[in-house]
Design a protein around this ligand. Structure first.
Ligand SMILES: *Cc1c(COP(=O)(O)O)cnc(C)c1O
Length: 585
């Protein structure tokens, strides 16, 4: 910490000057003495605070880790300045606008009538129906044919029809008025009870339903922050999460001002490094996090190890089972290998579970579970003095759609344990088959490899250096080639990879997934070979900063050059422009 020794010297001088001033007895001098003393106390606390933070930092990251962070931050800042230099800035803006223009062509359909003004008189219901029909039939990536990773987890007509019926009965329902809609209150409480049962909630455990995984995670983080503040007086809360944890934790960090520490999840297992988590714990830590499994690689962290750490240090531990939802609790009964993930692990204090993923409920449903009602209470919002009356709501929303709760309850009751078990057999079984195929198929194993040992439904793979050509296929180019064949797989970064989240529709499309992947790899292998030959003959690669080959698809463009820059402000600009496009009528 630069300047700390000079600070200490000036502290010493201040103290001796206080002593000198204190020798006189006039009221003026004594006032000066008091102000001086106050100043010194404030100064002392400032030094103490800075010293404590320095110690925590060095303990958490080590000298080399701290230096590396400093280097990365400096590079990012310098590169940010570079991007804002007059000539560069306009060039970057031009490129971003061009990319956004292309995005707009794809996202915003032309040739359809745009309705940007309220109809002067309302349409006939049949005209509305016709429009809705047209809108639902717009050309899209075919989840119905199992071409989309994740997104639609069940999608069978009969279940969707039942959900629609459930909506229909509760269209106007709002759980904020339990006296008006008692049926919705009952269903909501039962959803929570059933999910608590699946995750072995102990006596006294509790939960709430939310609008989705993100809200469940936000609420768990809020609860942990409030616990830290109320029970331990923590005003500068920090949480420690795996770098592979869902970005909703980053959102919680921003929204609720909780400092975030990311921990590496090193190869070959890609689980969070529990020893690094331990080093980062300090008196301001309000929450530890593990995923079961994480979104990028589908890997379940060492929840038992994190649990020991959490209970030893008396810190809450959240398990993100948003994605694992109803599949992870079924693993054992379905005959698959499993690992500790729920309240049976002593340190686990909260769990997020997305009923709208493998719970097969309609979108807009999730549950967050707590070991105690006290922990749940920390996420509540109560306003006792409001002019609108005494107000209380469990989560971030005020009014909520009762129809979605009805849709969730109906789905859970209709699928039942037997249905989820059967789905687990199919979905996890197919994911395992896929991972096994990548590892053993002569057409795949020399070019791509599975990341870690995925136990559930998501399989991630990355490029391997091919033995024959010595060069690796470009994984983003592979993702784009699959897109060209109608697939929507998930591109990942740090490291570059792709994942497939298996769903009921993908299970049925398994054979074409494998066939298309093998065909695309073949093409990419050839491209990689040509690249290697060219590089060898020219001796150097062209280094156009933003100028990539025209043939690049979306993933290659986004993650290729822009993504590898030390400062991601270009990507932020692109993504912000993308969000703006969503609202282009
Ligand atoms: C999907 C997901 C979430 C939350 O997502 P929502 O889109 O807000 O429902 C959280 N964690 C993981 C691991 C996920 O896969």
């Amino acid at each position: 910490m630069p300047g700390s020794s000079s600070m200490l010297i000036s502290l010493r001088e201040n103290i001796s000057s206080v002593r000198r001033n204190g020798a006189g007895a006039s009221p003026l001098l004594s006032l000066a003495f008091n102000i001086d003393l106050l100043r010194n106390i404030v100064f002392f606390f400032f030094v103490l605070r800075a010293a404590r933070r320095t110690v925590w930092k060095l303990k958490g990251r080590g000298v080399f880790g701290t230096a590396a962070e400093l280097y990365i931050d400096t590079r990012r800042i310098l590169f940010g300045w570079f991007l804002r230099m007059p000539g560069v800035r306009s060039k970057v803006r031009e490129q971003v606008e061009e990319a956004l223009g292309k995005m707009e062509e794809k996202l915003v359909p032309s040739g359809m009538t745009r309705y940007t003004k309220l109809p002067t008189t309302g349409w006939a219901y049949d005209d509305v129906r016709k429009q809705l029909e047209a809108l639902s039939g717009l050309e899209h990536t075919r989840w119905e044919d199992g071409r989309v990773s994740g997104a639609v987890y069940h999608g069978e007509d009969d279940l969707m029809a039942l959900q629609t019926e459930a909506y229909g009965k509760f269209t106007v329902a709002n759980p904020i008025h339990p006296d008006v809609f008692p049926g919705v209150r009952k269903m909501e409480a039962e959803i929570v009870a059933m999910v608590l049962g699946l995750f072995n909630g102990p006596q006294g455990s509790a939960g709430v339903t939310t609008s989705g995984g993100t809200e469940s995670i936000l609420m768990a983080c809020l609860s942990a922050r409030q616990k830290g503040y109320i029970e331990r007086g923590i005003t500068e809360p920090e949480m420690i999460i795996p770098e592979t944890a869902h970005t909703a934790f980053h959102k919680a960090s921003q929204y609720y001002k909780i400092k975030l520490h990311l921990v590496k999840c090193p190869a070959p297992g890609y689980q969070v490094d529990v020893r690094s988590v331990a080093r980062l714990i300090n008196p301001n830590t309000v929450l530890l996090v593990g995923s079961a499994p994480n979104f990028p690689h589908g890997i379940i962290d060492d929840i038992a190890g994190l649990g020991r750490l959490a209970s030893r240090n008396k810190i809450p531990l959240h398990v993100d089972c948003c994605l694992g939802s109803f599949m992870v609790p079924m693993l054992e009964k379905a005959g698959f290998e499993t690992t500790p993930f729920d309240f049976r692990v002593r340190g686990v204090t909260s769990i997020s579970v997305d009923t709208h993923k493998y719970g097969f409920a309609p979108k807009g449903n999730s549950v967050v579970l707590y070991r105690t009602t006290t922990l749940r209470g920390y996420q509540y919002f109560v306003s006792a003095d409001w002019a609108g009356g005494v107000y209380a709501s469990p989560g971030a929303a005020g009014s909520r759609p009762g129809a979605l709760i009805a849709g969730c309850w109906a789905s859970m009751m209709a699928v039942g344990e037997s249905g989820y078990l059967e789905a687990c057999g199919k979905i996890v079984g197919t994911a395992h088959k896929f991972a096994e195929h990548i590892t053993t198929s002569p057409l795949l194993k020399s070019d791509i490899e599975v990341m870690g040992r995925p136990l559930v439904s998501v399989v991630a793979f990355k490029a391997k250096k091919s033995k024959s050509s010595g060069s690796a296929v470009n994984i983003y180019s592979l993702a784009d080639a699959m897109s060209a064949k109608g697939w929507h797989l998930n591109a990942l970064q740090n490291p570059p990879a792709i994942h497939v989240a298996f769903t009921m529709p993908i299970v049925k499309a398994y054979d074409s997934l494998v066939a298309d992947l093998e065909a695309c790899i073949e093409e990419e292998r050839e491209k990689a070979r040509v690249r290697a030959v060219e590089a060898a003959s020219s001796g150097s690669k062209g280094l156009g900063m933003m100028a990539k080959g025209d043939s690049d698809g979306d993933a290659a463009a986004l993650y290729g050059v822009a993504g590898s820059l030390p400062n991601k402000s270009v990507v932020v600009d692109l993504a912000t422009g993308f969000l703006d496009l969503l609202y282009k009528a």
